[in-house]
Design a protein around this ligand. Sequence first.
Ligand code: FAD
Length: 559
Amino acid sequence: MTFSSKEREQMLTEIESDQLDVLVIGGGITGAGIALDAVTRGLKVAVVEMQDFAAGTSSRSTKLVHGGLRYLKQFEIGVVAEVGKERAVVYENGPHVTTPEWMMLPFYKGGTFGPFTTNIGLRVYDFLAGVKKSERRKMLSAEEAKRREPLLNEENLRGAGYYVEYRTDDARLTIEVMKKAIEKGARAINYVKVTNLIYNELGQITGVEIADQTNGNSRNLYAKKIVNAAGPWVDTIREKDKSKVGKTLLLTKGIHLVFDQKRFPLRQAIYFDTPDGRMVFAIPRDGKAYVGTTDTVYEEGDIVHPTMTKEDAEYVLNAIDYMFPSIKIKEEDIESSWAGLRPLIREEGKGPSEISRKDEIFISDSGLISIAGGKLTGYRKMAEQVVDKVAALLQQETGTTYPSTQTEHLPISGGDVGGSKAFTNFISEKTHQGEALGLSKDAASLLVQRYGSNVNHLFEIYAERKQEAIDNGIDPVAFAMLIYSIEHEMAYKPVDFFVRRTGALFFDIEWVKTNKDPIIEYMAKYFSWTNEQTNQYTNELEQLLTEAVNPETKDEMLV
Ligand code: FAD
C-alpha cells in the first residue's frame, strides 16, 4: 500500500471506491492507533487528516511516554496503572522512537514532597506501572543529586527521587504507527478536511464530505462506521452532528521552550515543583534542553494555530530561574518553542491541572463514535477500546465477528530491530553499514536511531541519489530524509518535513535555516507547485521560524 505524496489522487480514489468498514476523522496519534488496531483485526479502514499527520496536539506534547507520576497526587490510580503499564509496550514495539530516560525528582525543605512521600510515591508508581527491576526507583542524597545535576538549586535541597520515564518524538511515533497501519492495508491521507457529515434517511451517519486542501477538490466518502478522533476538534465535529450535548471538551494550552546546551548545559532530566505548586519537566535532548509545560484554559484563540504569549514564556523562564538560578536564563536565550492544546473532558469546578487525563468514548444518536481525552502514551489502549465498540456494533448489524486487539506485540514501522534489548547492537551494526557507504559516523547513527529498521531505505536513497542531491544544492543526508519523507511518509509541505518528519524546527533550528531554501525549491519542482503554493508554503515555514523565538506573534497560519 502506498504512502507517497506523489499518489494522493490515487489514494483518494481508492478510499472513495472502497467499501470501508471504518472511516477515521483525524490523523493524530489517536486516529493512527485506531487505524492500526482496526486493520490488524481485518477491518477495512481509512483515515483523513485536514492538516499534516500529527500537526494537531500529537506534535506538541512534552514528548514523554509516561505514566504521569503527578496523577498520583490526585489519586488517579487507574490512569497511572494503565498508562504506566503501556510505557513498556510502546517502548518494546518502537525502541527507535522511545528512549528510557532517568528522571530526577528533587525535594526541598518545606516543599510538597519530602524523602518519605517521594519514596512512597515512587514505590507506588513502580508497583502500579509494573516497572521492571532495573528501572525501579532509587533515592539520592542531596550530594548525589547535586553531583548528577550541578545546576540544581542547592538551597534547602534534601535529596531526590530517581526513576525512569521514556522520551519520545510524538510526531514520529504517530507517523510510525500510521505507516504500520498502511503496511497492513489501511489507507490514510493528509490535507483532506471533513467539511460535512452525510446521513441516510433514518438519520444515521453514513459518510463525510471532504475537501482536498491542496487543490480545493471535494468528494464524498462512505463507511459503515465513522470515528471522530479529531482531538481538540472533537466538539467541532460533534457540533456538525448536533450531538455536542452532555460532556464537552475543555482545551488547555501548554508551551515548551528550547535552549541550546551551550546556554543551558542541563545534564540530567529533572521533574520539579514550580513556585505555584505545579510540576514542570526540564529534559536534555540532542544538544538542547527543553522545559515545560504550562496549563492555561484556552477558550478564545485559533485551535489550528495556538501560539506562545509573553506570559507563557515568562512562566517557564521563572520556573527555570527558580530551579536553576545560576544560569540566569533570559528570553533572548530561547532558541525554539512550541505550543499545544490538550483536549480534556471538562469537569466543573476543577482547574486545568486538576482535570483528569482519562479518555472517554461517546456514541451519538446518529452513530458517530467520538473519542476524547487521553494521552499519547495510552494511544494503543484507547484504540483497542474504540475498535472493540466498532467491532461490536458491526457484529450486531452484519453478524461478522472480529478478533480482539492484535497490537500488543506488534512492532510499529521501523521497530523490527529484534526488541528493545537488541536495539543497541542494531544501532552499531547498521551504523557501520552506513559508514561503509561513505556516511559520517554521526550521520549514520542519527539515521539508524531515527528510522530504526527502515534505515535501509535511507541508505539506498543516499547511495543512489547522492549526485542528484548535490546537483540540487542539498546535503545528501538531508536529501535522503526528504525523499524518504515524501515517498514513504506522505510529507507534502516544507513544514511537514522540518517540523514533523525530522523535529528539526524544535531541536535543530539552525539546520532548518541552512537547509530550507534548496529543499523548498526542490519540493516545488517535485510537486509542480504554482508560484502561489510555493509562496504560501514558504511563508508557513518562515512564520513558524519567527514564532518559535518571538512570544507575541499572533498571525494565523494558512492551512
Ligand atoms: P490530535 O493530535 O490533535 O489529532 C487530531 C487531528 O484531527 C488533528 O491532526 C486535526 O488536524 C484533525 N482534524 C480535526 N478536524 C478535522 C476535520 N474536520 N477533518 C479532518 N481532520 C481533522 N501525552 C503523553 O502521553 N505524554 C506527554 O508528555 C504529553 N504531554 C503533553 C503536553 C502538552 C502541552 C499537551 C497539549 C498534551 C500532552 N500530552 C501528552 C497529551 C497528548 O499529546 C494528546 O493526548 C494526544 O496527542 C492527542 O492526540 P489526538 O490524536 O487525539 O489529537
